[in-house]
Every structure is written in structure tokens, then in C-alpha cells.
Design a protein around this ligand. Structure first.
Ligand SMILES: Nc1ncnc2c1ncn2[C@@H]1O[C@H](COP(=O)(O)OP(=O)(O)OP(=O)(O)O)[C@@H](O)[C@H]1O
Length: 269
């Protein structure tokens, strides 16, 4: 569980990025963290992972203060950063050396995901392409069975089949005891797997809702002309006409996360 109360943080000689920041998230869901460039998503993930220390307030993850780097905390969390450096060893060597740091590591799951991603365990990690290395790290993260998995832009660098495989593998392997926090700009890549949407803007979480709540509150349509729409909350041009966001009625519609995000950060709704 993530519990943040009145947290503040700033980088040296920079303006405050978070002040009086509060946020709570129970385990048992896959949450998507969205925000504009520079909104502070990676910084928030680093604070949660204990790679940065808050300047004030309280930040607890499953009862631990991350920056204290308690060994029990470290074995319960896995962070896949956007950029990473891995040692020049084979996949099997890396797994043999680092998997024991995670008491619930599932070697069979690792073998299966590597097979799904077509990665042979005798390959040298540093001779893999960027996308292949990312897939390896995602496979490793999921196999740790850590209570908290943090994935920063996990689909960047993945080809089209790998993106859909990533979704399948993630859904298959995550349990109700886990919390998966995915920061991304690629909303289409995660739209069908996230249960919770978090939008970070100007140092605050401005949206914290389940997909069900979103579809109960808003309706998303594609129309040829705006003339047929009464009181749109937000709309954008698209090649076939307009994408429109309205207050929900009884008619169900699929959530268009990109439109919702643009509506939230461009206009107050
Ligand atoms: N090491 C650092 N030192 C100083 N400022 C930093 C550092 N890292 C990030 N920042 C600043 O903090 C702000 C938030 O950066 P952060 O990387 O957390 O945003 P983000 O939401 O992840 O952005 P993006 O979507 O572009 O990856 C930015 O203004 C950035 O310039």
C-alpha cells in the first residue's frame, strides 16, 4: 500500500515539485500514472522506490519508509526504470545472481515469460536490443512477485506484438496482493489493462478514479459533426470528425483515456 501525507520534495536549486502532496493507494490493482512531460511522474516513482528522500511529510510503502532502505522493504518492491544499465552477463547468470534477493521469485514464471518474449537465457544481456533488454527486465520484475511493481514507460521500445504480449503477461501474472504502478505516455498501450487512472499535474493528483467510475461519469464518442452533440465537455478534431467527451448517460461507451487526459490538463471539467 502507498500512503503519502503532506509530502514535499524539491531538487537542489529547483522550485518545489511537490508540496503538501497526499495520496493513498491500496494493493490489488494495476494503476496508470499519467502526466505531462516534467509533471514529476518519475520523481514520484523514485520517491516511492526509496531512490530519493522526501524533504518533508510522510511517505510509507507497505508500512516502510522507502529511503531507510530496510532489506524487507527492498525485497518487496521492484522498479523498472525508463533507462537502465545492466551488466554484460547472460540472462541465466543475471537471474542466478539476483533472483535470490527476492524471496518469492518464481523461476518457472521467468522461464515462461522469457519464452513468450522469445528471449533465450544464454543470450548476453548487453548484446540484446533496447526492446529485448526491456522485455527481459519486465520478465524479471514480474517473476519477483514483489508486492509493489513500478514500471516507468514499460512499453517504450517494444514492438507491436510485444506490446500486446506485455499486456497478456502482466494480466496473467499479477495477483490481488500486488500493486502495479505504470507511468506512461502511451495510454493506448495500457488502456485495456489498467484498473485505476491517476493523473499528476502541477504537483497534485488531479484524477484518481477506477475505470468503472470514469465510464459512469463520462461518455466518449466519435462523431462526424458537433451539431448532433449537446453540451460537450471537451472535444478534439480527428480524421473522421470529432472525438467528444460528455457527461455520462445510460448509454455505455469505452473510455478514451487520451481524450480524458487532454480534457483534464487542457481544460477544467
Ligand atoms: N536530477 C534532477 N535534478 C534537477 N531537476 C530534475 C532532476 N530530475 C528531474 N528534474 C526536474 O523535475 C521535474 C520533474 O521531472 P520528472 O522526470 O519527474 O517528470 P516526468 O513527469 O517523469 O517527465 P517525463 O514525462 O518527461 O518523463 C522536471 O522539471 C525536471 O526538469
Amino acid at each position: 500500500m502507498i500512503s503519502i501525507q503532506e509530502m514535499s520534495f524539491r531538487y537542489k536549486r529547483q522550485q518545489e515539485l511537490f508540496s503538501s502532496f497526499s495520496f493513498r493507494q491500496e494493493n490489488g490493482s494495476i494503476a496508470g500514472l499519467l502526466g505531462k512531460n516534467g509533471a514529476g511522474k518519475t520523481t514520484l516513482l523514485k520517491l516511492i522506490a526509496g531512490l530519493l528522500a522526501p524533504k518533508g511529510g510522510q511517505l510509507k510503502i507497505n508500512g516502510y519508509e522507502p529511503f531507510e532502505r530496510n532489506p524487507s522493504f527492498l525485497e518487496s518492491i521492484y522498479f523498472v526504470p525508463e533507462e537502465f544499465i545492466l551488466p554484460p552477463v547472460t540472462i541465466s547468470c543475471y537471474v542466478k545472481a539476483t533472483a535470490p534477493l527476492y524471496p518469492d521469485f518464481d523461476y518457472e514464471k521467468m522461464a515462461q515469460i522469457l519464452k513468450d518474449f522469445e528471449l533465450a537465457s544464454q543470450r548476453n544481456i548487453n548484446k540484446l536490443s533496447h526492446g529485448q533488454r526491456k522485455k527481459f527486465l519486465i520478465a524479471f520484475a514480474l517473476s519477483t512477485n514483489c508486492k509493489l511493481l513500478i514500471l516507468d514507460e514499460p512499453t517504450n521500445g517494444l514492438d507491436i506484438p510485444s506490446k500486446s504480449l506485455f499486456r497478456k503477461v502482466l494480466i496473467r501474472s499479477v495477483t490481488d496482493e500486488q500493486l502495479v504502478l505504470i507511468s506512461t505516455h502511451q495510454v493506448k498501450d495500457v488502456e485495456t489493462i489498467i484498473e485505476k487512472v491517476l493523473v499528476l499535474d502541477e504537483g497534485k493528483i488531479i484524477l484518481d478514479k477506477n475505470m468503472d467510475e470514469i465510464s459512469q461519469q463520462w461518455k466518449f464518442l466519435a462523431v462526424d459533426s458537433l451539431a448532433v452533440i449537446e453540451s460537450p465537455l471537451y472535444y478534439e478534431r480527428c480524421p473522421s470528425g470529432f472525438k467528444v467527451m460528455l457527461a455520462a448517460d445510460r448509454q455505455e461507451s469505452e473510455v478514451d483515456l487520451e481524450l480524458l487526459f487532454n480534457a483534464l490538463v487542457k481544460e477544467a471539467i
